[in-house]
Design a protein around this ligand. Structure first.
Ligand SMILES: NC(=O)c1ccc[n+]([C@@H]2O[C@H](COP(=O)([O-])OP(=O)(O)OC[C@H]3O[C@@H](n4cnc5c(N)ncnc54)[C@H](O)[C@@H]3O)[C@@H](O)[C@H]2O)c1
Length: 287
């Protein structure tokens, strides 16, 4: 008779039948003692994602962003993390993601200090919109690609080199957008192009880094209420109605609705997921 397979076999391998079973699913989501780096972490989705990693038990999450000092929103989250009493630390690093060697050095100094690097999230991004695709200048196009494509690659390299250095498994999460798959209705050719580049970047890196047990995935949010979307919504109140009508749920997202997917991708609960793009867009891509 062949060896048993499936859930029963897995249970037999996992449990000592002499002890009472207990639910173990949430254990797979725990990030106990893990170290992460999140770009764009001074505010918005990056900061929300950094908090999610800490709530899942991470030891330290380093937020990389442009300002020399973190803002009030970041400080409020840091205070909240301290009040949680888990011992987890929200740290801040002032750095420009478009500076390749500086990004590598920043991740290396985190590795030197913490002795590990487990999670990297590339959330820094900019958008230029409201201009015909026939008129964008070379400089405008390049400036978006510098942050949203090159900066994402430099971030992935920075954390991936540390994961490789320590020979430990890792999860790299690149924040793309629904704009990487469907064109937005805000005349944003450089942005849409950059987000599409991120999708292929993740697939390429995932194939190469799989043997090193480093997973690389993308998240594609639909429209979310953040400082990035706020100017467009405020300049034309009809925008929110239009964007809401572009997905089956009939609204746009709040930043906390990205927490679950990031916690899952960062954790062992997604251990067989790499090279994937996860839409969190209210079904926008389905239409
Ligand atoms: N808000 C949305 O509707 C939405 C939808 C889909 C995808 N996204 C993506 O999510 C990510 C986060 O966006 P957000 O909505 O939180 O925007 P946000 O503008 O609130 O945050 C972006 C952060 O990136 C930082 N940043 C920009 N350039 C940088 C650089 N060169 N180096 C380091 N940091 C830099 C900014 O200072 C800012 O703190 C972006 O990649 C964005 O494209 C946003």
């Amino acid at each position: 008779m062949s060896a048993p397979i499936g859930v029963a076999a897995a249970l037999a391998a996992r449990f000592d039948s002499s002890v009472t079973p207990r639910p173990q699913l949430w254990d797979q989501f725990k990030l106990t003692d893990r170290v992460g780096l999140v770009t764009g972490g001074n505010r918005g989705l990056g900061l929300e994602m950094a908090l999610a990693l800490l709530e899942a038990g991470a030891r330290a999450v380093y937020c990389v962003d442009l300002p020399s000092e973190p803002g009030e929103e970041w400080k409020a989250v840091r205070d909240y993390v301290e009040a949680m009493g888990t011992g987890g630390r929200l740290e801040y690093v002032s750095q420009d993601v478009t500076k390749q060697e500086a990004m590598w050095a920043a991740a290396q100094s985190i590795g030197d200090k913490e002795g590990r690097m487990d999670v990297g999230i590339a959330a820094a991004g900019i958008v230029i919109a409201g201009k015909s695709g026939l008129d964008f200048t070379a400089h405008e196009f390049q400036s978006v690609l510098d942050v949203n494509a090159s900066g994402v690659m430099f971030t992935a390299q920075a954390v991936g080199r540390q994961m490789d250095r320590f020979g430990t498994p890792g999860s790299i999460i690149l924040i793309s957008s629904i704009a990487g798959t469907v064109a937005l209705d805000i005349k944003s050719l450089p942005y849409d192009t950059s987000k599409s580049a991120v999708l292929q970047m993740a697939r390429s890196l995932a194939c190469e880094l799989g043997p090193k047990r480093i997973r690389v995935n993308t998240v594609s949010p639909g429209f979310v209420h953040t400082e990035m979307s706020r100017p467009t919504i405020q300049s034309d109140p009809a925008t929110l109605v239009r964007w809401s009508a572009q997905n089956p749920l009939g609204r746009i997202a709040t930043p906390d609705e990205l927490r679950g997917v990031v916690a899952w991708l960062a954790s062992d609960a997604s251990s067989f997921c790499t090279g994937s793009n996860i839409f969190v867009d209210g079904g926008h891509h389905s239409w």
